[in-house]
Design a protein. Structure first.
Length: 201
């Protein structure tokens, strides 16, 4: 049965690589450099930004590692190694990545790879941002959970914890910036739309 689900793991890895490439291409490096300088001088939040990306990379990377020796138990599965389970995880990963891409594209010029405010930035409250305030992170969490289901093993627990910490770091910084920039307008938005799970939190 392991052989029959190998294509799912391969396809999922390709999807993640495509997602990462899209994210890099989506924001030219010269723009990143310009806004990074602005963020350092005005907000001093680069450590948080670096930490968040490290957590995201660890979250996905740990699913690709083959553990041996005393850490071999991390690769042992506690989910059924059947194609139906893998397909559920694969579907979740696709849905999560698609949702995050939709949110990224919907933001347009308002998007930045780091937590900072850009000149002329507006408060987007429609589309995916009418469902949750941080749809990119919601999508990534769903995608990582789906990926964890596909790859299996106790390592998925570490992976999920890392991606939730990633989202928490990013959301905490961005909420502060948005509240400072938009004041009461953002407070009303927060009361109306949940942060990451519609109608829950």
């Amino acid at each position: 049965m392991t052989v029959s689900i190998g294509w799912i793991e391969s396809a999922l890895t390709i999807l993640w690589v495509a997602w990462i490439i899209h994210w890099v291409v989506g924001e030219p490096l010269y723009q990143y450099a310009k806004h990074r300088t602005k963020a350092v001088l005005k907000w001093g939040r680069t450590r948080g930004n670096i930490l968040s990306y490290v957590l995201l990379m660890v979250s996905f990377g740990i699913l690709q590692i083959s553990f041996t020796g005393q850490l071999a138990f991390l690769g042992e599965g506690f989910l059924s190694d059947v194609i139906a389970v893998s397909l559920v995880g694969f579907s979740l990963a696709i849905a999560g990545l698609a949702f995050s891409v939709w949110a990224r594209l919907y933001l347009g010029s308002n998007w930045s790879p780091i937590a900072t405010l850009k000149k002329g930035q507006t408060l987007v409250r429609s589309g995916p941002y009418g469902i949750v305030r941080h749809p990119i992170y919601s999508g990534l969490m769903v995608a990582i959970i789906g990926t964890a289901v596909v790859f299996g093993g106790y390592r998925v627990i570490i992976s999920i914890i890392c991606v939730f910490l990633f989202a928490w770091v990013r959301i905490t910084e961005e909420e502060k910036l948005m509240s400072k920039q938009f004041g009461q307008e953002y407070s009303k938005y927060k009361k109306k739309v949940k942060a990451i799970i519609p109608g829950v939190i």
